[in-house]
Design a protein around this ligand. Structure first.
Ligand SMILES: Cc1cc2nc3c(=O)[nH]c(=O)nc-3n(C[C@H](O)[C@H](O)[C@H](O)COP(=O)(O)OP(=O)(O)OC[C@H]3O[C@@H](n4cnc5c(N)ncnc54)[C@H](O)[C@@H]3O)c2cc1C
Length: 428
């Protein structure tokens, strides 16, 4: 009589010489599950499309969740009216996370919204699951097949083997325009570094003693050399009532080379640790007991983006130029992190809004690919405003509708009026 524990048989296997590639077919394939890709996926699924959402991380939510950004910016207009400029996914998030105390609305020059990133991460996972969206996680683009001006299929390498996705339409919401890049399409890179940041969440703080924002920035400026801090400013977002805060106080390079990118990641954490030492020493009442609850995945602001049919310009942003094919709007300032010690910050007036046209999301010679999020086309300053999460989500929704309207035809031929009718809530 064999022992019951040995009745569970095991067998020996070996990789076949020609391992079959897992093939998926869908109406829409969205690569990149950050705020732009998530919004595109939800909107496409609501339009009845069969959607596949792929990401190289093993989790959904992109930087919004995994880089611990913690604050929705660019969703609302400026004071005093604080008009909500983007709806869609934000209406759902506000309705679900507001009553549970996992959001906090801050009123200042504009209105921003703090969120609990763990709760939001689970919300996204459940929303995607309930809508029947297929997800493939931990899968990195390997190759893109383009034929006759259309992306035919994208192949991915994953820890569980290779797969290929064939779809009628594709969205590049990778943040680094990775799909466009692998397809051999023209992309843009900045001539000098635009810095990212290593975000951290601190716990065991005493928010009753938190320093004023201006006081904190002045102290960092004064003591940066002493503590080895690259940035001479810094932002602390205390979540009211929880004695935790998201700290945005580092500047790290965001290379596209795999080895350099990994080095930058470790340097970012070392910088963050120096920030913690500074805070504990300089503000013992507020930060004396501070512990790092989490280090975010590297935060990347502007790395590589699409060279589209139209490059949004700083002038179009400053004048609030409205395009016939606008898909997104925001009032967020210019926020260009192009220097190690700080960033350019240019505010707009009360009524100001600026727009993102569909043509800044379309590669000129491809008919079924739309970029969305921080890898759409703008000059460095214009992009520094429209890359925040409000307009990124609106662009995701715009991409979903543009592909839906195009069907099997060219997304370049979508009639602006039809697109506007679909997106009116985010434009008027
Ligand atoms: C430090 C920092 C602080 C910020 N602060 C704020 C803030 O307070 N408020 C605000 O609104 N915005 C803020 N931003 C900007 C904002 O967070 C991002 O611009 C926005 O989240 C971008 O969303 P996205 O969907 O375009 O891209 P991402 O969130 O970058 O998502 C892209 C996804 O694509 C995946 N991907 C990339 N390459 C591949 C590939 N080759 N194959 C498969 N998948 C791939 C990635 O894994 C990732 O999940 C901040 C940004 C940074 C870096």
């Amino acid at each position: 009589m064999p022992h019951p524990l040995t009745q569970l048989q095991v067998r020996t296997v070996r990789k076949p010489a020609r391992a079959p590639v897992h093939e998926i077919t869908a109406d829409v394939c969205i690569v990149g599950a950050g705020v732009a890709g998530t919004s595109a996926a939800i909107e496409s699924a609501k339009l009845g499309r069969d959607v596949v959402l792929v990401d190289s991380l093993p989790v959904l939510g992109g930087q919004m969740v995994n880089s611990l950004i913690g604050l929705f910016c660019g969703v609302f207009g400026n004071a005093p009216d604080y008009r909500q400029l983007t709806h869609g996914i934000f209406d759902e998030i506000f309705a679900d996370l507001g009553p549970t105390g996992d959001l906090h609305f801050n009123r200042g020059h504009t209105m921003t919204v703090q969120y609990d990133e763990v709760v939001l991460g689970r919300w996204i996972e459940e929303r995607i699951r309930k809508l029947g969206i297929r997800v493939v996680l931990g899968a990195v683009i390997q190759q893109v097949e383009v034929y006759d001006g259309r992306v035919e299929s994208v192949s991915f390498a994953s820890r569980y083997g290779n797969l290929s996705v064939r779809a009628t339409g594709f969205v590049d919401s990778t943040g680094d325009a990775a799909l466009a890049w692998e397809a051999g399409l023209p992309c843009r890179i900045p001539e000098r570094t635009i810095y990212g940041s290593q975000q951290i969440i601190l716990e065991h703080l005493d928010e009753t003693h938190k320093p004023e924002a201006t006081e904190l920035a002045a102290r960092v400026d004064e003591k940066a050399a002493e503590y080895g801090l690259m940035r001479h400013d810094g932002l602390a977002f205390f979540f009211p009532g929880r004695n935790t805060a998201v700290m945005n106080m580092t500047h790290i390079e965001a290379p596209l080379d795999p080895v350099e990118a990994s080095d930058a990641q470790l340097e970012g954490k070392a910088q963050a640790d120096r920030v913690v030492r500074f805070l504990r020493t300089e503000y013992p009442k507020a930060f004396g007991e501070a512990k790092v609850r989490a280090y975010g995945f590297p935060g990347r602001r502007q790395t590589r983006w699409l060279a589209a049919s139209h490059q949004l310009t700083l002038d179009e942003v400053r004048t609030g130029h409205r395009f016939d094919d606008s898909v997104a709007r925001t009032a967020w300032p210019i926020e260009l992190h192009d220097r190690p010690e700080g960033y350019v910050w240019e505010l707009f007036e009360a009524e100001h809004v600026h727009y993102v046209p569909l043509r800044s999301m379309l590669p000129p010679d491809v008919h079924n690919l739309v970029a969305a999020g921080r890898c759409v086309d703008g000059d460095a300053a214009a992009l520094s405003s429209i890359r925040v999460m409000g307009p990124c989500a609106a662009m995701g929704a715009g991409a979903a509708h543009a592909l839906d309207l195009a069907g099997k035809e060219s997304v370049h031929d979508v009639r602006p009026g039809d697109l506007h009718d679909r997106l009116a809530a985010n434009l008027d």
